[in-house]
Ligand binder design. Structure first.
Ligand SMILES: Nc1ncnc2c1ncn2[C@@H]1O[C@H](COP(=O)(O)OP(=O)(O)OP(=O)(O)O)[C@@H](O)[C@H]1O
Length: 586
Protein backbone atom coordinates (compact mmCIF):
# COMPACT_ATOMS: atom_id res chain seq x y z
CA UNK A 1 0.00 0.00 0.00
CA UNK A 2 2.23 2.82 -1.27
CA UNK A 3 -0.55 5.19 -2.28
CA UNK A 4 -0.97 8.25 -0.04
CA UNK A 5 -4.38 8.80 1.53
CA UNK A 6 -6.62 11.19 -0.34
CA UNK A 7 -10.15 11.24 1.03
CA UNK A 8 -11.83 12.82 -1.96
CA UNK A 9 -10.14 10.48 -4.45
CA UNK A 10 -11.11 7.43 -2.35
CA UNK A 11 -14.73 8.55 -2.17
CA UNK A 12 -14.91 9.18 -5.91
CA UNK A 13 -13.40 5.76 -6.58
CA UNK A 14 -15.91 3.97 -4.34
CA UNK A 15 -18.83 5.67 -6.08
CA UNK A 16 -17.42 4.94 -9.52
CA UNK A 17 -16.63 1.30 -8.69
CA UNK A 18 -20.13 0.70 -7.30
CA UNK A 19 -21.63 1.80 -10.63
CA UNK A 20 -25.09 2.55 -9.13
CA UNK A 21 -26.97 5.87 -9.19
CA UNK A 22 -25.94 7.96 -6.22
CA UNK A 23 -28.82 10.47 -6.21
CA UNK A 24 -30.40 8.98 -3.07
CA UNK A 25 -27.13 9.36 -1.17
CA UNK A 26 -26.64 12.97 -2.27
CA UNK A 27 -30.24 13.89 -1.42
CA UNK A 28 -29.79 12.24 2.00
CA UNK A 29 -26.61 14.24 2.62
CA UNK A 30 -28.32 17.47 1.49
CA UNK A 31 -31.23 16.85 3.89
CA UNK A 32 -28.83 16.27 6.77
CA UNK A 33 -27.03 19.49 5.86
CA UNK A 34 -30.32 21.40 5.92
CA UNK A 35 -31.31 19.79 9.20
CA UNK A 36 -28.17 21.03 10.90
CA UNK A 37 -28.57 24.49 9.33
CA UNK A 38 -32.00 24.68 11.01
CA UNK A 39 -30.32 24.18 14.38
CA UNK A 40 -29.38 27.86 14.38
CA UNK A 41 -32.93 29.12 13.79
CA UNK A 42 -34.10 28.88 17.47
CA UNK A 43 -31.09 31.04 18.44
CA UNK A 44 -32.06 33.52 15.76
CA UNK A 45 -35.67 33.67 16.96
CA UNK A 46 -34.58 34.16 20.58
CA UNK A 47 -32.14 36.89 19.52
CA UNK A 48 -34.89 38.69 17.61
CA UNK A 49 -37.23 38.38 20.57
CA UNK A 50 -34.58 39.86 22.92
CA UNK A 51 -34.07 42.74 20.46
CA UNK A 52 -37.81 43.41 20.55
CA UNK A 53 -37.71 43.40 24.36
CA UNK A 54 -34.65 45.67 24.39
CA UNK A 55 -36.53 47.97 22.01
CA UNK A 56 -34.06 47.58 19.21
CA UNK A 57 -36.42 45.79 16.80
CA UNK A 58 -35.38 44.36 13.47
CA UNK A 59 -37.61 45.36 10.56
CA UNK A 60 -40.16 42.74 9.58
CA UNK A 61 -39.76 40.65 12.75
CA UNK A 62 -42.14 42.49 15.04
CA UNK A 63 -44.39 39.42 15.28
CA UNK A 64 -41.85 37.53 17.47
CA UNK A 65 -42.80 39.65 20.46
CA UNK A 66 -46.02 37.65 20.72
CA UNK A 67 -45.15 34.50 22.75
CA UNK A 68 -47.73 32.45 20.85
CA UNK A 69 -46.21 33.41 17.49
CA UNK A 70 -42.71 32.77 18.81
CA UNK A 71 -43.79 29.37 20.20
CA UNK A 72 -45.45 28.49 16.91
CA UNK A 73 -42.37 29.49 14.93
CA UNK A 74 -40.13 27.42 17.25
CA UNK A 75 -42.48 24.42 16.94
CA UNK A 76 -42.40 24.77 13.14
CA UNK A 77 -38.59 24.83 13.19
CA UNK A 78 -38.44 21.69 15.36
CA UNK A 79 -40.97 19.91 13.11
CA UNK A 80 -39.03 20.76 9.96
CA UNK A 81 -35.83 19.64 11.66
CA UNK A 82 -37.42 16.35 12.68
CA UNK A 83 -38.70 15.66 9.14
CA UNK A 84 -35.32 16.55 7.63
CA UNK A 85 -33.48 14.37 10.16
CA UNK A 86 -35.80 11.40 9.57
CA UNK A 87 -35.70 11.48 5.77
CA UNK A 88 -32.04 12.55 5.70
CA UNK A 89 -30.94 9.55 7.77
CA UNK A 90 -33.19 7.16 5.87
CA UNK A 91 -31.89 8.27 2.49
CA UNK A 92 -28.29 8.47 3.64
CA UNK A 93 -28.34 4.94 5.01
CA UNK A 94 -30.28 3.39 2.14
CA UNK A 95 -28.12 5.28 -0.39
CA UNK A 96 -24.95 4.08 1.37
CA UNK A 97 -26.08 0.47 1.52
CA UNK A 98 -27.02 0.62 -2.14
CA UNK A 99 -23.57 1.97 -3.06
CA UNK A 100 -21.59 -0.28 -0.72
CA UNK A 101 -23.74 -3.34 -1.52
CA UNK A 102 -22.97 -2.87 -5.22
CA UNK A 103 -19.29 -2.16 -4.45
CA UNK A 104 -19.04 -5.38 -2.44
CA UNK A 105 -20.86 -7.48 -5.07
CA UNK A 106 -18.67 -6.15 -7.87
CA UNK A 107 -15.55 -6.77 -5.81
CA UNK A 108 -16.58 -10.36 -5.04
CA UNK A 109 -17.26 -10.87 -8.77
CA UNK A 110 -13.85 -9.42 -9.49
CA UNK A 111 -12.21 -11.82 -7.01
CA UNK A 112 -14.08 -14.66 -8.73
CA UNK A 113 -12.49 -13.63 -12.03
CA UNK A 114 -8.92 -13.61 -10.68
CA UNK A 115 -6.65 -16.36 -11.95
CA UNK A 116 -6.86 -19.41 -9.65
CA UNK A 117 -3.10 -19.10 -9.18
CA UNK A 118 -3.49 -15.58 -7.75
CA UNK A 119 -6.23 -16.76 -5.38
CA UNK A 120 -4.04 -19.61 -4.15
CA UNK A 121 -1.12 -17.23 -3.55
CA UNK A 122 -3.09 -14.91 -1.27
CA UNK A 123 -3.77 -15.92 2.29
CA UNK A 124 -7.45 -16.74 2.69
CA UNK A 125 -7.49 -14.83 5.99
CA UNK A 126 -6.30 -11.68 4.20
CA UNK A 127 -8.99 -11.96 1.55
CA UNK A 128 -11.68 -12.57 4.16
CA UNK A 129 -10.48 -9.50 6.12
CA UNK A 130 -10.63 -7.36 3.00
CA UNK A 131 -14.11 -8.48 2.10
CA UNK A 132 -15.51 -8.08 5.62
CA UNK A 133 -13.61 -5.67 7.91
CA UNK A 134 -12.20 -3.33 5.27
CA UNK A 135 -15.49 -3.10 3.42
CA UNK A 136 -17.34 -2.25 6.62
CA UNK A 137 -14.79 0.51 7.29
CA UNK A 138 -15.41 1.82 3.77
CA UNK A 139 -19.14 1.65 4.46
CA UNK A 140 -18.70 3.89 7.51
CA UNK A 141 -17.29 6.62 5.23
CA UNK A 142 -20.71 7.29 3.73
CA UNK A 143 -23.04 5.87 6.38
CA UNK A 144 -21.63 7.91 9.26
CA UNK A 145 -18.52 9.99 8.85
CA UNK A 146 -19.33 11.94 5.68
CA UNK A 147 -22.88 12.61 6.84
CA UNK A 148 -21.63 13.93 10.18
CA UNK A 149 -18.90 15.90 8.42
CA UNK A 150 -21.39 17.51 6.03
CA UNK A 151 -23.79 18.23 8.89
CA UNK A 152 -20.97 19.95 10.78
CA UNK A 153 -20.24 22.11 7.72
CA UNK A 154 -23.94 23.03 7.64
CA UNK A 155 -24.16 24.26 11.19
CA UNK A 156 -20.79 26.05 11.11
CA UNK A 157 -21.65 27.96 7.95
CA UNK A 158 -25.11 28.99 9.19
CA UNK A 159 -23.59 30.12 12.48
CA UNK A 160 -20.94 32.26 10.75
CA UNK A 161 -23.57 33.81 8.44
CA UNK A 162 -25.66 34.82 11.42
CA UNK A 163 -22.62 36.10 13.27
CA UNK A 164 -21.74 38.25 10.26
CA UNK A 165 -25.19 39.77 10.41
CA UNK A 166 -24.81 40.50 14.15
CA UNK A 167 -21.23 41.88 14.11
CA UNK A 168 -19.23 41.43 10.94
CA UNK A 169 -15.92 42.52 12.57
CA UNK A 170 -15.98 39.75 15.18
CA UNK A 171 -17.29 37.25 12.62
CA UNK A 172 -14.43 38.06 10.22
CA UNK A 173 -11.86 37.73 13.03
CA UNK A 174 -13.40 34.40 14.06
CA UNK A 175 -13.44 33.09 10.48
CA UNK A 176 -9.80 34.18 10.08
CA UNK A 177 -8.79 31.82 12.87
CA UNK A 178 -9.90 28.77 10.99
CA UNK A 179 -7.55 28.83 7.97
CA UNK A 180 -4.64 29.30 10.36
CA UNK A 181 -5.58 26.26 12.38
CA UNK A 182 -6.35 24.25 9.21
CA UNK A 183 -2.83 24.86 7.91
CA UNK A 184 -1.49 23.15 11.06
CA UNK A 185 -3.88 20.25 10.53
CA UNK A 186 -2.87 19.77 6.89
CA UNK A 187 0.83 20.05 7.69
CA UNK A 188 0.51 17.01 9.92
CA UNK A 189 -0.92 14.96 7.05
CA UNK A 190 2.27 13.55 5.60
CA UNK A 191 3.52 12.59 9.08
CA UNK A 192 0.31 10.69 9.68
CA UNK A 193 0.49 8.99 6.30
CA UNK A 194 4.06 7.77 6.59
CA UNK A 195 3.32 6.41 10.07
CA UNK A 196 0.24 4.70 8.57
CA UNK A 197 2.28 3.06 5.81
CA UNK A 198 4.88 1.77 8.28
CA UNK A 199 2.12 0.36 10.45
CA UNK A 200 0.48 -1.36 7.47
CA UNK A 201 3.72 -3.10 6.45
CA UNK A 202 4.43 -4.20 10.02
CA UNK A 203 0.83 -5.33 10.48
CA UNK A 204 1.08 -7.57 7.41
CA UNK A 205 4.26 -9.15 8.76
CA UNK A 206 2.84 -9.65 12.25
CA UNK A 207 -0.45 -11.08 10.93
CA UNK A 208 1.48 -13.49 8.67
CA UNK A 209 3.58 -14.61 11.63
CA UNK A 210 0.48 -15.12 13.76
CA UNK A 211 -1.20 -17.28 11.10
CA UNK A 212 2.02 -19.28 10.70
CA UNK A 213 2.31 -19.65 14.49
CA UNK A 214 -1.27 -20.90 14.92
CA UNK A 215 -0.99 -23.22 11.89
CA UNK A 216 2.34 -24.66 13.04
CA UNK A 217 1.64 -24.70 16.79
CA UNK A 218 1.51 -28.50 16.99
CA UNK A 219 4.90 -28.82 15.25
CA UNK A 220 6.46 -26.05 17.32
CA UNK A 221 5.27 -27.65 20.55
CA UNK A 222 6.62 -31.02 19.50
CA UNK A 223 10.00 -29.42 18.93
CA UNK A 224 9.72 -27.38 22.10
CA UNK A 225 10.02 -24.21 20.04
CA UNK A 226 6.65 -22.64 20.78
CA UNK A 227 8.19 -20.42 23.52
CA UNK A 228 10.86 -19.01 21.20
CA UNK A 229 8.28 -18.32 18.50
CA UNK A 230 6.05 -16.67 21.05
CA UNK A 231 8.89 -14.25 21.83
CA UNK A 232 9.27 -13.42 18.11
CA UNK A 233 5.55 -12.88 17.87
CA UNK A 234 5.53 -10.66 20.97
CA UNK A 235 8.37 -8.61 19.43
CA UNK A 236 6.43 -8.19 16.19
CA UNK A 237 3.27 -7.11 18.02
CA UNK A 238 5.36 -4.88 20.31
CA UNK A 239 6.67 -3.04 17.22
CA UNK A 240 3.14 -2.79 15.93
CA UNK A 241 2.01 -1.25 19.22
CA UNK A 242 4.74 1.39 19.00
CA UNK A 243 3.78 2.21 15.41
CA UNK A 244 0.09 2.37 16.34
CA UNK A 245 0.94 4.83 19.09
CA UNK A 246 2.88 6.79 16.47
CA UNK A 247 -0.28 6.93 14.34
CA UNK A 248 -2.30 8.20 17.27
CA UNK A 249 0.40 10.78 17.97
CA UNK A 250 0.54 12.07 14.43
CA UNK A 251 -3.15 11.50 13.74
CA UNK A 252 -4.55 12.81 17.04
CA UNK A 253 -1.78 15.28 18.03
CA UNK A 254 -2.47 17.84 15.30
CA UNK A 255 -6.17 17.76 16.14
CA UNK A 256 -5.32 18.70 19.72
CA UNK A 257 -3.06 21.51 18.47
CA UNK A 258 -5.82 22.71 16.14
CA UNK A 259 -8.23 22.68 19.07
CA UNK A 260 -5.84 24.63 21.26
CA UNK A 261 -5.31 27.29 18.58
CA UNK A 262 -9.02 27.71 17.93
CA UNK A 263 -9.94 27.89 21.61
CA UNK A 264 -7.17 30.43 22.46
CA UNK A 265 -8.33 32.56 19.52
CA UNK A 266 -11.89 32.36 20.76
CA UNK A 267 -10.87 33.53 24.21
CA UNK A 268 -9.13 36.53 22.65
CA UNK A 269 -12.23 37.39 20.62
CA UNK A 270 -14.49 37.26 23.69
CA UNK A 271 -12.19 39.73 25.39
CA UNK A 272 -12.22 42.02 22.33
CA UNK A 273 -16.04 41.72 22.21
CA UNK A 274 -16.30 42.66 25.87
CA UNK A 275 -14.03 45.65 25.29
CA UNK A 276 -16.19 46.79 22.35
CA UNK A 277 -19.27 46.63 24.60
CA UNK A 278 -17.53 48.69 27.27
CA UNK A 279 -16.44 51.21 24.60
CA UNK A 280 -20.12 51.39 23.56
CA UNK A 281 -19.19 50.18 20.07
CA UNK A 282 -21.35 47.07 20.48
CA UNK A 283 -24.40 46.00 22.50
CA UNK A 284 -24.40 43.49 25.39
CA UNK A 285 -27.03 41.55 23.45
CA UNK A 286 -24.74 41.40 20.43
CA UNK A 287 -21.92 40.17 22.67
CA UNK A 288 -24.16 37.45 24.20
CA UNK A 289 -25.33 36.30 20.75
CA UNK A 290 -21.73 36.24 19.59
CA UNK A 291 -20.72 34.22 22.66
CA UNK A 292 -23.40 31.56 21.97
CA UNK A 293 -23.02 31.42 18.21
CA UNK A 294 -19.21 31.31 18.29
CA UNK A 295 -19.52 27.99 20.11
CA UNK A 296 -21.98 26.79 17.49
CA UNK A 297 -19.37 27.70 14.87
CA UNK A 298 -16.25 26.38 16.59
CA UNK A 299 -17.80 23.15 18.00
CA UNK A 300 -18.58 21.63 14.58
CA UNK A 301 -15.20 22.78 13.25
CA UNK A 302 -13.46 20.84 16.01
CA UNK A 303 -15.67 17.83 15.22
CA UNK A 304 -14.75 18.18 11.54
CA UNK A 305 -11.05 17.83 12.36
CA UNK A 306 -11.81 14.57 14.19
CA UNK A 307 -14.02 13.31 11.35
CA UNK A 308 -11.16 14.00 8.97
CA UNK A 309 -8.87 11.73 10.98
CA UNK A 310 -11.58 9.04 10.97
CA UNK A 311 -12.05 9.48 7.23
CA UNK A 312 -8.33 9.02 6.64
CA UNK A 313 -8.35 5.79 8.64
CA UNK A 314 -11.32 4.50 6.64
CA UNK A 315 -9.69 5.56 3.36
CA UNK A 316 -6.69 3.37 4.17
CA UNK A 317 -9.07 0.42 3.90
CA UNK A 318 -10.28 1.72 0.55
CA UNK A 319 -6.68 1.83 -0.69
CA UNK A 320 -6.19 -1.80 0.36
CA UNK A 321 -9.37 -2.77 -1.48
CA UNK A 322 -8.21 -0.81 -4.50
CA UNK A 323 -5.15 -3.08 -4.68
CA UNK A 324 -7.56 -5.99 -5.06
CA UNK A 325 -9.50 -4.13 -7.75
CA UNK A 326 -6.30 -3.58 -9.68
CA UNK A 327 -5.14 -7.20 -9.72
CA UNK A 328 -5.21 -8.36 -13.31
CA UNK A 329 -8.10 -10.65 -14.20
CA UNK A 330 -7.71 -13.80 -16.21
CA UNK A 331 -8.05 -12.51 -19.78
CA UNK A 332 -11.08 -14.08 -21.47
CA UNK A 333 -11.25 -14.50 -25.27
CA UNK A 334 -13.86 -12.49 -27.15
CA UNK A 335 -14.67 -15.50 -29.35
CA UNK A 336 -13.89 -18.67 -27.37
CA UNK A 337 -12.66 -21.63 -29.38
CA UNK A 338 -13.49 -25.29 -28.70
CA UNK A 339 -10.71 -27.88 -28.38
CA UNK A 340 -10.84 -30.40 -31.20
CA UNK A 341 -9.47 -33.39 -29.27
CA UNK A 342 -8.15 -34.19 -25.82
CA UNK A 343 -4.41 -34.15 -26.31
CA UNK A 344 -2.41 -31.38 -24.65
CA UNK A 345 0.81 -29.73 -25.68
CA UNK A 346 3.35 -27.40 -24.08
CA UNK A 347 5.19 -25.34 -26.70
CA UNK A 348 8.40 -23.80 -25.43
CA UNK A 349 6.72 -22.68 -22.20
CA UNK A 350 8.55 -20.45 -19.72
CA UNK A 351 7.01 -19.17 -16.52
CA UNK A 352 8.04 -17.50 -13.26
CA UNK A 353 6.14 -16.33 -10.18
CA UNK A 354 8.15 -13.19 -9.80
CA UNK A 355 11.55 -12.16 -11.02
CA UNK A 356 12.99 -15.68 -11.08
CA UNK A 357 12.02 -18.32 -13.66
CA UNK A 358 10.40 -21.57 -12.51
CA UNK A 359 9.97 -23.25 -15.92
CA UNK A 360 12.40 -22.76 -18.80
CA UNK A 361 11.35 -23.50 -22.39
CA UNK A 362 9.31 -26.62 -21.63
CA UNK A 363 7.97 -28.53 -24.65
CA UNK A 364 5.86 -31.62 -24.12
CA UNK A 365 3.19 -33.71 -25.87
CA UNK A 366 0.45 -35.23 -23.71
CA UNK A 367 -1.34 -37.74 -25.97
CA UNK A 368 -5.10 -38.16 -25.84
CA UNK A 369 -6.43 -40.79 -23.40
CA UNK A 370 -3.03 -41.50 -21.91
CA UNK A 371 -1.48 -41.23 -18.46
CA UNK A 372 1.44 -38.82 -18.17
CA UNK A 373 3.32 -38.65 -14.87
CA UNK A 374 5.50 -35.71 -13.91
CA UNK A 375 8.28 -36.52 -11.46
CA UNK A 376 11.44 -34.87 -10.23
CA UNK A 377 13.10 -33.43 -7.16
CA UNK A 378 11.27 -31.07 -4.87
CA UNK A 379 10.91 -27.55 -6.28
CA UNK A 380 11.58 -28.71 -9.86
CA UNK A 381 8.34 -27.09 -11.08
CA UNK A 382 6.07 -30.18 -11.33
CA UNK A 383 2.96 -28.59 -9.78
CA UNK A 384 3.58 -25.38 -11.72
CA UNK A 385 3.52 -27.34 -14.99
CA UNK A 386 0.21 -28.94 -13.99
CA UNK A 387 -1.23 -25.58 -12.93
CA UNK A 388 -0.42 -24.04 -16.31
CA UNK A 389 -2.48 -26.78 -17.95
CA UNK A 390 -5.46 -25.81 -15.76
CA UNK A 391 -4.72 -22.14 -16.52
CA UNK A 392 -4.05 -21.14 -12.93
CA UNK A 393 -1.59 -18.78 -14.62
CA UNK A 394 -0.75 -17.96 -18.22
CA UNK A 395 2.79 -18.72 -19.40
CA UNK A 396 5.21 -15.80 -19.74
CA UNK A 397 6.45 -17.26 -23.00
CA UNK A 398 5.23 -20.06 -25.25
CA UNK A 399 1.80 -21.69 -25.42
CA UNK A 400 -0.18 -24.36 -23.65
CA UNK A 401 -2.56 -26.02 -26.09
CA UNK A 402 -5.48 -28.29 -25.33
CA UNK A 403 -7.04 -30.08 -28.28
CA UNK A 404 -4.99 -27.90 -30.62
CA UNK A 405 -6.33 -24.64 -29.14
CA UNK A 406 -4.34 -22.22 -27.00
CA UNK A 407 -5.71 -22.51 -23.42
CA UNK A 408 -6.14 -18.70 -23.43
CA UNK A 409 -8.59 -18.98 -26.34
CA UNK A 410 -10.82 -21.65 -24.81
CA UNK A 411 -12.49 -19.44 -22.18
CA UNK A 412 -12.46 -20.37 -18.52
CA UNK A 413 -16.04 -21.77 -18.36
CA UNK A 414 -15.39 -24.25 -21.15
CA UNK A 415 -11.87 -25.02 -19.89
CA UNK A 416 -13.06 -25.79 -16.34
CA UNK A 417 -15.83 -27.91 -17.86
CA UNK A 418 -13.11 -29.99 -19.52
CA UNK A 419 -10.82 -30.31 -16.52
CA UNK A 420 -11.15 -32.17 -13.21
CA UNK A 421 -8.44 -31.59 -10.69
CA UNK A 422 -7.69 -33.53 -7.52
CA UNK A 423 -5.30 -31.83 -5.12
CA UNK A 424 -3.19 -33.15 -2.28
CA UNK A 425 -5.13 -30.99 0.18
CA UNK A 426 -8.84 -31.41 -0.29
CA UNK A 427 -11.09 -28.46 0.39
CA UNK A 428 -14.34 -29.51 2.05
CA UNK A 429 -17.05 -26.90 2.45
CA UNK A 430 -19.33 -26.39 5.38
CA UNK A 431 -22.25 -28.69 4.52
CA UNK A 432 -23.27 -32.33 4.18
CA UNK A 433 -21.16 -34.96 2.41
CA UNK A 434 -23.86 -35.10 -0.25
CA UNK A 435 -23.57 -31.34 -0.92
CA UNK A 436 -19.79 -31.55 -0.97
CA UNK A 437 -19.74 -34.25 -3.62
CA UNK A 438 -22.48 -32.53 -5.64
CA UNK A 439 -20.04 -29.68 -6.25
CA UNK A 440 -18.84 -31.98 -9.06
CA UNK A 441 -22.26 -31.85 -10.74
CA UNK A 442 -24.89 -29.55 -9.32
CA UNK A 443 -27.92 -31.44 -10.67
CA UNK A 444 -26.69 -34.96 -9.89
CA UNK A 445 -29.34 -37.22 -8.36
CA UNK A 446 -28.70 -38.98 -5.04
CA UNK A 447 -28.28 -42.23 -6.98
CA UNK A 448 -25.59 -40.66 -9.22
CA UNK A 449 -23.72 -39.34 -6.17
CA UNK A 450 -23.81 -42.79 -4.57
CA UNK A 451 -22.63 -44.46 -7.77
CA UNK A 452 -19.64 -42.07 -7.88
CA UNK A 453 -18.92 -42.81 -4.22
CA UNK A 454 -19.02 -46.56 -4.84
CA UNK A 455 -16.55 -46.15 -7.69
CA UNK A 456 -14.32 -43.95 -5.51
CA UNK A 457 -14.45 -46.54 -2.75
CA UNK A 458 -16.00 -44.23 -0.19
CA UNK A 459 -19.64 -45.38 -0.14
CA UNK A 460 -18.95 -47.87 2.60
CA UNK A 461 -17.37 -45.47 5.08
CA UNK A 462 -19.99 -42.78 4.36
CA UNK A 463 -22.82 -45.28 4.98
CA UNK A 464 -21.20 -46.17 8.31
CA UNK A 465 -21.40 -42.55 9.55
CA UNK A 466 -24.25 -41.71 11.96
CA UNK A 467 -26.04 -39.44 9.47
CA UNK A 468 -24.70 -41.17 6.33
CA UNK A 469 -24.60 -38.84 3.32
CA UNK A 470 -26.20 -36.08 5.39
CA UNK A 471 -23.24 -35.99 7.84
CA UNK A 472 -21.89 -32.49 8.05
CA UNK A 473 -18.24 -31.94 7.18
CA UNK A 474 -15.99 -28.91 6.78
CA UNK A 475 -15.55 -26.22 9.38
CA UNK A 476 -17.39 -27.20 12.56
CA UNK A 477 -18.39 -30.58 11.06
CA UNK A 478 -16.98 -34.08 11.22
CA UNK A 479 -13.27 -34.27 10.60
CA UNK A 480 -12.24 -36.92 8.09
CA UNK A 481 -8.88 -38.58 7.57
CA UNK A 482 -6.62 -37.56 4.66
CA UNK A 483 -7.50 -40.75 2.75
CA UNK A 484 -11.24 -40.30 3.31
CA UNK A 485 -11.12 -36.69 2.14
CA UNK A 486 -9.11 -37.74 -0.88
CA UNK A 487 -11.69 -40.37 -1.87
CA UNK A 488 -14.49 -37.82 -1.50
CA UNK A 489 -12.64 -35.53 -3.88
CA UNK A 490 -12.20 -38.40 -6.35
CA UNK A 491 -15.96 -39.07 -6.13
CA UNK A 492 -16.47 -35.37 -6.88
CA UNK A 493 -14.20 -35.63 -9.92
CA UNK A 494 -15.95 -38.85 -11.08
CA UNK A 495 -19.28 -37.10 -10.84
CA UNK A 496 -17.98 -34.19 -12.88
CA UNK A 497 -16.94 -36.67 -15.55
CA UNK A 498 -14.49 -34.26 -17.22
CA UNK A 499 -12.25 -35.71 -19.92
CA UNK A 500 -8.99 -34.11 -18.72
CA UNK A 501 -7.91 -35.23 -15.27
CA UNK A 502 -5.13 -33.49 -13.35
CA UNK A 503 -3.83 -35.07 -10.14
CA UNK A 504 -1.46 -33.18 -7.86
CA UNK A 505 0.29 -35.53 -5.44
CA UNK A 506 -2.98 -37.05 -4.36
CA UNK A 507 -1.48 -39.89 -2.32
CA UNK A 508 1.41 -37.96 -0.79
CA UNK A 509 -0.07 -37.75 2.68
CA UNK A 510 -1.97 -41.02 3.14
CA UNK A 511 -1.08 -44.45 4.50
CA UNK A 512 -0.32 -47.42 2.20
CA UNK A 513 -3.78 -48.97 2.68
CA UNK A 514 -5.53 -45.73 1.69
CA UNK A 515 -3.01 -45.32 -1.11
CA UNK A 516 -4.10 -48.64 -2.53
CA UNK A 517 -7.80 -47.84 -2.45
CA UNK A 518 -7.20 -44.34 -3.84
CA UNK A 519 -5.22 -45.83 -6.70
CA UNK A 520 -7.98 -48.31 -7.43
CA UNK A 521 -10.46 -45.46 -7.50
CA UNK A 522 -8.16 -43.39 -9.71
CA UNK A 523 -7.69 -46.23 -12.20
CA UNK A 524 -11.47 -46.20 -12.72
CA UNK A 525 -11.35 -42.46 -13.14
CA UNK A 526 -8.47 -42.62 -15.63
CA UNK A 527 -10.23 -44.89 -18.12
CA UNK A 528 -10.97 -43.01 -21.39
CA UNK A 529 -9.49 -39.82 -20.02
CA UNK A 530 -6.30 -37.84 -20.55
CA UNK A 531 -4.54 -37.92 -17.21
CA UNK A 532 -1.60 -35.81 -16.08
CA UNK A 533 -0.35 -36.52 -12.59
CA UNK A 534 2.35 -35.15 -10.35
CA UNK A 535 3.80 -37.82 -8.07
CA UNK A 536 6.58 -38.12 -5.56
CA UNK A 537 6.28 -41.86 -5.00
CA UNK A 538 7.66 -43.35 -8.17
CA UNK A 539 6.04 -46.72 -7.48
CA UNK A 540 2.67 -45.07 -8.15
CA UNK A 541 3.61 -44.03 -11.70
CA UNK A 542 5.37 -47.17 -12.88
CA UNK A 543 2.57 -48.01 -15.29
CA UNK A 544 2.17 -44.51 -16.75
CA UNK A 545 2.23 -44.25 -20.56
CA UNK A 546 4.97 -41.66 -20.26
CA UNK A 547 6.99 -40.30 -17.37
CA UNK A 548 8.33 -36.75 -17.63
CA UNK A 549 11.31 -35.99 -15.43
CA UNK A 550 11.81 -32.35 -14.45
CA UNK A 551 14.89 -30.79 -12.91
CA UNK A 552 15.14 -27.08 -12.08
CA UNK A 553 12.30 -26.18 -14.40
CA UNK A 554 13.59 -28.13 -17.42
CA UNK A 555 12.52 -31.49 -18.83
CA UNK A 556 15.54 -33.76 -18.61
CA UNK A 557 14.00 -37.15 -19.50
CA UNK A 558 10.78 -38.50 -21.04
CA UNK A 559 9.88 -42.17 -21.44
CA UNK A 560 8.32 -45.23 -19.86
CA UNK A 561 9.48 -46.63 -16.56
CA UNK A 562 11.67 -49.37 -17.99
CA UNK A 563 13.15 -47.05 -20.67
CA UNK A 564 14.12 -44.45 -18.06
CA UNK A 565 15.62 -47.09 -15.78
CA UNK A 566 17.71 -48.38 -18.66
CA UNK A 567 18.78 -44.82 -19.50
CA UNK A 568 20.39 -44.58 -16.04
CA UNK A 569 19.71 -40.85 -15.63
CA UNK A 570 17.92 -38.79 -12.95
CA UNK A 571 14.84 -41.05 -12.90
CA UNK A 572 17.01 -44.12 -12.30
CA UNK A 573 18.77 -42.25 -9.48
CA UNK A 574 15.47 -41.24 -7.87
CA UNK A 575 14.13 -44.78 -8.26
CA UNK A 576 17.23 -46.29 -6.66
CA UNK A 577 17.07 -43.79 -3.80
CA UNK A 578 13.40 -44.57 -3.09
CA UNK A 579 13.99 -48.33 -3.37
CA UNK A 580 16.86 -48.22 -0.89
CA UNK A 581 14.76 -46.10 1.49
CA UNK A 582 11.93 -48.63 1.33
CA UNK A 583 14.43 -51.44 1.87
CA UNK A 584 15.88 -49.70 4.91
CA UNK A 585 12.39 -49.15 6.36
CA UNK A 586 11.19 -52.73 5.71
N1 LIG B 1 2.71 -19.22 -5.67
C1 LIG B 1 4.02 -19.18 -5.73
N2 LIG B 1 4.68 -18.02 -5.59
C2 LIG B 1 6.03 -17.95 -5.65
N3 LIG B 1 6.82 -19.01 -5.88
C3 LIG B 1 6.22 -20.21 -6.04
C4 LIG B 1 4.79 -20.35 -5.97
N4 LIG B 1 4.50 -21.67 -6.18
C5 LIG B 1 5.67 -22.30 -6.36
N5 LIG B 1 6.70 -21.42 -6.28
C6 LIG B 1 8.13 -21.74 -6.45
O1 LIG B 1 8.31 -22.32 -7.72
C7 LIG B 1 9.21 -23.39 -7.66
C8 LIG B 1 8.53 -24.64 -8.18
O2 LIG B 1 7.43 -24.96 -7.36
P1 LIG B 1 6.51 -26.23 -7.64
O3 LIG B 1 5.53 -26.33 -6.53
O4 LIG B 1 5.98 -26.15 -9.01
O5 LIG B 1 7.57 -27.40 -7.54
P2 LIG B 1 7.33 -28.93 -7.32
O6 LIG B 1 8.30 -29.62 -8.18
O7 LIG B 1 5.89 -29.29 -7.49
O8 LIG B 1 7.76 -29.05 -5.80
P3 LIG B 1 7.26 -30.08 -4.70
O9 LIG B 1 7.56 -31.44 -5.22
O10 LIG B 1 8.10 -29.75 -3.52
O11 LIG B 1 5.81 -29.82 -4.49
C9 LIG B 1 9.62 -23.52 -6.21
O12 LIG B 1 10.86 -22.87 -6.06
C10 LIG B 1 8.55 -22.78 -5.45
O13 LIG B 1 9.07 -22.19 -4.29
Amino acid sequence: MDEPVNVWRSMRRILARSGVPTARLWVGLALRLLERCCEILPYLLCYLWLREIAQAPVDGFGWVIDPASLGLALAAVFAVQWVLAYFGQQMCFSGTYQVIGAYREQLIDRVRGLPIGTLRERRLGQLADLLTDDISRVESIFAHITADFVAAIGIASTAILMLTWIDWRLAAALAGLVPLATVVLMASRHLFESAGLRKHVRYKQAAGMLIEYIGGLATLRLFNRSGAWRVRLDDAFGDLRVLSLGIEKWGGGPVMLYRLMVECGLLGLFLVGAWLVLAADSTPLGWLAFFLLAYKFIGPLLEMAEYLVMLRHACQSEIKLEELWRMPLLPEPTLPDAPRHLAARFENVSFGYGESRTLHGVSLEVPERSVTAIVGPSGAGKSTLLHLLARFHDPDEGNVRIGGVDAREIGSDRLYGLVSMVFQHVQLFNGSILENIRIGKEDASDAEVMAACRAADCHEFISGLPAGYQTRVGEGGLSLSGGERQRLSIARALLKDAPLLLLDEVTASVDPQSQLSIHQALSKLAVHRTVVMVAHRLSTVRNADQIVVLREGRIVEVGQHWQLLRQGGLYAELWAAQASLQGAMA
